[in-house]
Design a protein around this ligand. Structure first.
Ligand SMILES: CC(C)(COP(=O)(O)OP(=O)(O)OC[C@H]1O[C@@H](n2cnc3c(N)ncnc32)[C@H](O)[C@@H]1OP(=O)(O)O)[C@@H](O)C(=O)NCCC(=O)NCCS
Length: 178
């Protein structure tokens, strides 16, 4: 069995490493992003369409990301199986900001039984190295406010609060606001 040592005592059974995604990985990435959207919809944000990833537009979006030279899609593999991914790339920056070269992590997922073993960290390391090589001066990521696991990982890597987005549901809230 292929094993990679990551810490003093930790091993990831069958982990075969992180690599750049190929178009053949499209279905596997779509399936993992589908799991992510289902989780986000159930646990954090009911406005997320859990089936968007498997829609025509969703699939086309992932294909474009894999092929886009301003984006990086990474897959983590156990044997031949894709058990995690990270997708991100160059971000649009508002004209009024002085920082121009911002790169954004769009989404990431590591399958349950592989979590807590450093794979998310490895995916982020690779993305950060790639962004630095391309001249990035800043990284960003948007997380659901209640997604404590992911937010812990980002904070551990030096990400700090930036914007706070507030939304109000006008369908549920029938009370007049003052
Ligand atoms: C977020 C995620 C990708 C992290 O992957 P991972 O391989 O488990 O990450 P790591 O093992 O590298 O964890 C690194 C650090 O992140 C933090 N962390 C990760 N998951 C955590 C959790 N569920 N709760 C609390 N802290 C967590 C910890 O500080 C951890 O360090 P430690 O193990 O030394 O305590 C994974 O938990 C996941 O797929 N979650 C569901 C999808 C998701 O939320 N994606 C991000 C939104 S797009």
């Amino acid at each position: 069995m292929n094993q990679e040592k990551i810490g003093q005592n930790e091993q990831i059974p069958n982990f075969s490493g992180i690599e750049e995604a190929k178009i053949e990985d499209l279905d596997a990435i779509t399936a993992l992003n589908h799991k992510l959207c289902i989780k986000e919809n159930r646990e954090f944000d009911a406005t997320i369409d859990p089936d968007y990833p498997t829609s025509q537009r969703g699939k086309e979006g992932f294909k474009e990301e894999i092929e886009n030279l301003d984006s990086l899609t990474l897959v983590a593999k156990a044997g031949d199986k894709v058990i995690g991914y990270l997708m991100g790339g160059h971000a649009e920056v508002e004209d009024y900001r002085t920082v121009k070269n911002i790169y954004e992590i769009g989404s990431m997922w590591v399958d349950d039984k592989y979590r807590g073993k450093g794979i998310g960290t490895k995916l982020m390391d690779r993305f950060e190295d790639w962004a630095r090589e391309r001249g990035a001066t800043r990284l960003k990521v948007i997380a659901s406010a209640q997604n404590e696991g992911a937010i812990n990982l980002y904070r551990k890597r030096g990400f700090e609060n930036y914007d706070l987005v507030l939304e109000k549901d006008l369908v549920q809230d029938t009370k007049d606001s003052v």
